[in-house]
Design a protein around this ligand. Sequence first.
Ligand code: FAD
Ligand code: SF4
Length: 470
Amino acid sequence: MNMEKRKPSKRKLKVEMQQQEIEVRIRNFNEVPFGYSEEQAIEEAKRCLQCKKPKCVEGCPVDVDIPAFIKLIEDGKFDKAAKKIKEKNSLPAVCGRVCPQEDQCEKVCILGRKKEFEPVAIGRLERFAADWEAEHGTVKVPNTPPPTGKKVAVVGSGPAGLTCAFDLVKMGHQITLFESLHKAGGVLVYGIPEFRLPKKIVQREVDYIRSLGVNLRVNSLIGKLYTIDELKGKYDAIFLGTGAGLPMFLGIPGENYNGVYSANEFLTRSNLMKAYLFPEWDTPIKRGKKVAVVGGGNVAMDSARTALRLGADEVYLVYRRSEKEMPARIEEIERAKEEGIKFMILSNPVEAIGEDGWVKALKCIKMELGEPDESGRRRPIPIPGSEFKFDIDLFIVAIGTRPNPLISQTTPALKTTKWGTIVVQEDVPKTSLDRVYAGGDIVTGAATVILAMGAGKEAAKAIDEYLKKK
Ligand code: FAD
Ligand code: SF4
């Protein structure tokens, strides 16, 4: 490539991705954006400056060689672009769709620093390359090195476990991946809805990892089927990537009424248990007409937009801070608003009111923002006497999750924090137990897909180093 002759395009804004019309998409579960065509991808790739010191790579938690894969797209070498990404990222079609690029690679993209210029649409290009590779059947199973004879148990098949298993199997180790649910993928299958991440894409990535030789055992709850001590007797090393899937509640009166769900249950019923495909699937789920969702993260947005697609007429998103402090991805906030979700900011529920055992109304109090708290965001303070109430028939609580305590309860020597997350060493992701490593939400608390993947990668490296020394 002759770098001097190459002139990046002068286009200021990202090439738009076409998407379903709003009035259509709010009543179906199909994916909202359609993705780039080949021509659109090339046009967007031409915007990249091919920086000598690309900041975007520093912003990527798994170190993808971003300018290199973008250049391959620009040159029409789409399968090579996908392979370049996969050198570092085992789930590119997933990351291209759900990673918060606006806070990572795209945030630091040098093009985006120029006045009036948007950063390169790195996420959209990543998604394009991964989808192109899958659609054109060019996915090839790489050669793995000769077996090392070492056995590793990976517990939990979310992004952390899948990545750890993927890296370790490529190093020649024998991997068994234990998953308590009947499907692999973690939050990618039970939490994030079909309209944001089609499940066939997750399945495609899981199948790929299995094709490398990973032995997936679903319906296998560790802590019940085997304890960690029992696993230690069978495997040379263990990775715990069990996530933070236990929902938290507000602790307000009325939360036990019928028609009050944790976001976790609501989304699991809809996504994993396919309630959205009624009548082909008959998983029961309450379809509310007037719905309130409390929370301001991706989980709250997903719950609100799912409730809408299940037939709600009005969906209120109740959040105690202002929109600026919402932790959800900007893109998801915008889509939720476009779809008609009503944002009730600076408000907090204080009571769920019921009748004949079912929730009928929500009482909230208005909030104002004080000084920043330990999270760095301004602390919400209730305004005395500002209570108000409105009718609802479905209430979804999406205020956060924490780890399920099963493994720590059955493994007393495993050191955990007061929040139930597993403690690992600072230099290596090793737990207080010999030969047991951990990463992802189970260590950090609820975070992001790419951070969980980065943790799985780091643990695989540490486990490999340990096994080599053994
Ligand atoms: P998980 O994905 O939670 O996977 C853990 C797996 O371990 C699960 O499959 C669980 O069943 C299994 N498991 C648990 N205990 C056991 C046991 N004892 N034995 C065997 N298996 C066990 N992040 C983003 O980056 N972008 C987004 O847009 C985004 N949206 C989200 C939307 C929702 C609704 C939710 C809930 C989260 C979202 N996140 C998003 C966060 C992201 O999905 C998580 O941070 C990420 O999945 C964590 O990965 P993990 O592998 O650590 O855990
Ligand atoms: Fe391209 Fe932006 Fe990365 Fe520079 S920082 S190489 S412009 S994506």
